[in-house]
Design a protein around this ligand. Structure first.
Ligand code: ADP
Length: 466
């Protein structure tokens, strides 16, 4: 990242410097050239006014008078020639060319009637030379040649180049510092996230990312930590579930083993004893089968089991459940009723078998956990696009602290009583999963009689209305 930043900055600075220096030197050179032309033209006009072709000496003095004044205090060399390139005046004291031939390309072009300029390398550095014609009555009678050393311009450009270099280096330094800062702000949290992700892939969900850096990074960190929390909770649940399953399966297996061992060790057991032992064994096997079947049901629901939707009259379904359990209720002298409502029965779309099992689990629980002689009522009602199934009993009820837990897997309020009823601790867990698959809710509240009310709410999706 830093390298990219630096490369981009360097290229930008370089382009900026080349462009600016180019423009600046062009301006400086053209300004110099214009000034030199202006001076040459003034000399040309003065020369034209005082022109005397017959007397070189007089001519020299007249030109010296005007030209010296104009070039005083400058380092400009001024030469005036006639059309045969013979120098009439030269302001250079040491290498004075007066009377000699002074042939230069620019003067030649001036004699030809045009203004000309050029830059050439002299012993003392770059030099700018301009030449303009001297005209009299529309005829070229000579030429003015001015040459000026460009050291002042090259010096100025050199100074600007040096300043630009220092400025660029300073800027580069500041950019390096800023990019190191930015990359630290961005890459540091990313490195931490990577560390957490690696820990997750190793199955370690306890690592958390530090919430710091810019807002986006902090949000990313929060999301990652939230995911870790969820994974951790899921892993905990999975571990507990495996240990619960092992525990639940171990109990009947131990029972069967004990019965087998006792039978093997018994000396000449009679037929009745053998039958009694085998009966007990069969009961334990039934219990194992019940647990395994319920676990299979749960695992099907967990995997988002295929929903077999059909048009169902929920009132008829609940009535059917109540009827199928009437015999068991009768054995406990429990009054089991289905309270039909006046509301017109509605046909809604749901998975018949799954909801039948849900209602069955709740009603069978109500019968099992209500003491002999109690009452269990089932009713169905419809409220704002919800189908509500209520099962109320006047049993012992469920304490507030346990109301949510009873829907957990293998959770039993009273272990021994629940086992006596043949309970696996999975009935309500299965019920909850099936209800959730229908996008519904289930809860348990206290009944006025002191017992419990289980309430299932299913969204009404009437056939053809979706
Ligand atoms: P189980 O197979 O043990 O009945 P459930 O998941 O159906 O398992 O129920 C979990 C626990 O909730 C039961 O063991 C019982 O303690 C409690 N429970 C369920 N229904 C009732 C009820 N109607 N009255 C009192 N306790 C109940």
């Amino acid at each position: 990242m830093i390298t990219t930043y630096l490369a981009v900055t360097l290229i930008t600075l370089l382009l900026m410097a080349v462009y600016n220096i180019g423009i600046l030197s062009e301006n400086l050179y053209s300004e110099k050239t214009m000034k030199l032309y202006a001076k040459a033209n003034i000399i040309s006009q003065s020369a034209s006014a005082v022109w005397d072709a017959n007397d070189d000496r007089v001519m020299y003095l007249r030109l010296e008078d005007t030209t010296d004044r104009l070039l005083a205090g400058t380092s400009i060399r001024g030469v005036v020639t006639n059309t045969s390139y013979t120098v009439l005046y030269d302001n250079h004291r040491a290498a004075n060319m007066t009377g000699k031939v002074f042939m230069r390309d620019v003067i030649k072009r001036a004699i030809d009637g045009e203004q000309a300029d050029t830059v050439f390398e002299a012993d003392n550095g770059s030099t700018l030379a301009v030449a303009v014609p001297i005209e009299f009555n529309g005829e070229v009678i000579g030429g003015v040649y001015l040459a000026e050393n460009l050291s002042s311009v090259t010096d100025t450009i050199g100074t600007i180049k040096a300043s630009l270099l220092v400025f660029s280096l300073l800027l580069l330094f500041v950019i390096v510092l800023i990019s190191i800062g930015i990359s630290y702000i961005i890459t540091h949290p990313i490195a931490e996230f990577t560390e957490v992700a690696r820990a997750i892939s190793r199955g370690d969900f306890t690592k958390r990312a530090k919430i710091s850096g810019v807002r986006e990074m902090a949000e990313m960190g929060q999301a990652l930590n939230f995911m870790c929390d969820e994974l951790n909770a899921l892993e905990e649940k999975r571990k507990n579930f495996v240990s619960d399953v092992s525990h639940e399966l171990k109990t009947p297996m131990a029972g069967i083993k004990l019965l087998c061992d006792s039978l093997v060790q018994a000396e000449n057991p009679d037929m009745d004893t053998i039958r009694e032992f085998l009966n007990d064994m069969s009961e334990e096997i039934d219990r194992l089968t019940r647990i395994i079947n319920r676990l299979l049901t749960l695992s099907r629901l967990d995997s988002g089991a295929d929903m077999n939707l059909s048009k169902v009259d929920v009132s008829a379904l609940c009535e059917g459940v109540v009827e199928s359990l009437r015999k068991i209720a009768h054995e406990k002298d429990i009054e089991l009723v289905y309270e039909s409502s006046d509301i017109e029965a509605r046909i809604i779309e749901l998975d018949y078998d799954k909801i039948y099992e849900c209602v069955y689990n709740i009603v069978v629980n109500a019968i099992n956990y209500t003491p002999d002689g109690g009452h269990v009522k089932t009713r169905v009602k419809y409220e704002s696009e919800l189908c509500i199934i209520e099962v109320e009993d006047d049993g012992p009820g469920i304490p507030d602290g346990e109301k949510l837990k009873v829907f957990d897997r293998f959770y039993r309020l009273d272990d021994s009583r629940a086992r006596d009823t043949g309970g696996t601790g999975l009935g309500l867990a299965i019920t909850k999963e099936a209800v959730l698959l229908h996008n519904g809710t289930i809860e348990v509240t206290d009944a006025q009689t002191g017992g419990s009310v289980f309430t299932m709410k299913l969204p009404v999706t009437e056939p053809g209305k979706e």
